[in-house]
Design a protein around this ligand. Structure first.
Ligand code: ARG
Length: 458
């Protein structure tokens, strides 16, 4: 059934009809479309645009349709133009002419954006729950490895010792921001467009505030023309997904390279790896690589939305129908990635021996040694240069930094020379970084607890 055509003499071109249809993808909005329709019928009844009896019959039929699509998703296989005409077609089959009353004064322009806002609201909530679980999994591993010393890297070169908990907390806090960003995006999406008509507003005496409350919206759109053309709530949600996916990709990258045999810091859970068809020894980190790869895809979704909106004149344009797949794709990629990442993190094994061996290289304590010298009275730049020359000497002679420094500092800084063993000890170096946000085990535990507390907040 077409919702238009009174002014037409024939049918649309078959190829164009297919090209024009959005039902193959916007059927995902069917639950939201029915919920919005039921609320609209209630609003019509409140302003006596339909009788209480008509409203009851419309509501009953819409409720049955909702149950039917729940129970039998195959009933969505229909040659409908879009999800809005699908619902109206089904309603017409059930109620005849009365069905049209559910659409009294309502434009698909506002219906499309209302359903999308409702969908994003639910998707943001689901995604936030997933992110919270991932943060909890990271915190649990981080607590287990709060004392496990490993090298921290800059430029992929070992820099200073850190604890595994510190690395876990770093990734957890990035995800805390995503959790909050999704809440922000949800807030901006949670505005009622219904009652905007096609662009000019509605002539029916609808109480839009009551309608908004009925659908759980925080407020009502203040301009009907803006309401039907605005998709920045969608772009913002997709940006939140893209930023989240970027954080997942960075976590994936750390787990990929540091679990490789050359480092061997982590053991990936086997059930999240795959083997090679040729090389029998392989266990490849495909799950993590796909998480990383999907970041490109979600970035594409964001660019797609931004490019879609630029240059559109005021008002609804059919271009806007292209918004939905980008939103669905971004949400699907991010939520599947969050689930897989949570499984990988929860199943991660820590190889403490390999970590501590790599972190025990005395060079990693060079900065700590320079700071110790400066605190013993040597100007910091001088201390930095001195330690640099000691490192170079140790490398050239093959002697340990401990030996070389012991000799040189006996004269230049006897106080530090006496404490060299502890200054060059990775565990002590880590414990020294006790200020808030540092890698000392207690600071790490506090940071992890803070991250969990933030994602448990509503
Ligand atoms: N299916 C369309 C969309 O997804 C909604 C209908 C648009 N309205 C119109 N007058 N063409 O945006």
């Amino acid at each position: 059934m077409r919702l238009w055509g009174g002014n037409y003499s024939g049918d649309p071109d078959r190829d164009f009809w297919e090209f024009n249809r959005s039902f193959p993808f916007d059927r995902r909005l069917v639950t939201e479309e029915i919920a919005a329709s039921r609320a609209w019928v209630r609003a019509l009844a409140r302003c006596q645009a339909v009788t209480a009896d008509e409203a009851d019959r419309l509501d009953g039929a819409l409720e049955r349709l909702a149950q039917q699509v729940q129970a039998d998703p195959a009933c969505l296989d229909l040659d409908a133009e879009d999800v809005h005409s699908f619902v109206e077609t089904r309603l017409t089959e059930a109620l005849g002419h009365l069905a049209g009353q559910a659409h009294l004064g309502r434009s698909r322009n506002e219906q499309a954006v209302t359903a999308l806002r409702l969908w994003i609201r639910g998707a943001a909530d689901r995604l936030r729950e997933g992110v919270a679980r991932l943060v909890e999994a990271l915190a649990e591993q981080g607590r287990a490895g709060a004392e496990a010393v490993m090298p921290g890297y800059t430029h992929t070169r070992a820099a200073e010792p850190i604890t595994f908990g510190h690395l876990a907390a770093a990734h957890a806090w990035a995800l805390v921001r995503d959790h909050e960003r999704l809440a922000d995006a949800r807030r901006r999406a949670n505005v009622l467009p219904l009652g905007s008509g096609a662009l000019a507003g509605t002539a029916l005496p609808i109480d839009r505030e009551a309608l908004g409350r009925d659908l759980g919206f925080d407020s009502v759109s203040p301009n009907a023309l803006d309401a039907v053309m605005d998709r920045d709530f969608a772009a913002e949600f997709v940006f939140a997904c893209a930023q989240l996916q970027t954080h997942l990709a960075r976590l994936a990258e750390d787990l990929i390279w540091l679990s490789g045999p050359e480092y061997g810091f982590f053991e990936l859970p086997e059930s999240f790896t795959t083997g090679s068809s040729l090389m029998p020894q392989k266990k490849n980190p495909d799950a993590l690589e796909l998480v990383r790869g999907k970041a490109a895809r979600v970035d594409g979704d964001l660019v797609r939305l931004l490019a879609l909106m630029k240059g559109l004149p005021a008002g609804y344009q059919k271009d806007l129908q292209e918004d939905k797949e980008a939103v669905f794709d971004a949400a699907d990629a991010a939520s599947a990635s969050v689930v897989v990442m949570t499984g990988v993190v929860a199943g991660l094994g820590l190889n403490r021996e390999a970590m501590r061996r790599a972190a025990g290289r005395e060079e990693l304590m060079a900065a700590g040694l320079a700071v110790a010298l400066a605190r013993d009275g040597m100007p910091f730049r001088q201390a930095h240069a001195l330690v640099g020359s000691l490192v170079a000497e140790a490398r050239q002679t093959g002697a340990s930094l401990r030996e070389v420094a012991g000799r040189a500092l006996a004269v230049q800084s006897p106080g530090v020379a006496a404490r060299l063993d502890s200054v060059l000890d990775a565990e002590q170096a880590v414990r020294a970084k006790a200020a808030r946000g540092g890698t000392a085990p207690d600071a790490v535990r506090e940071s992890l607890a803070g991250a969990v507390e933030r994602v448990r907040r509503r």
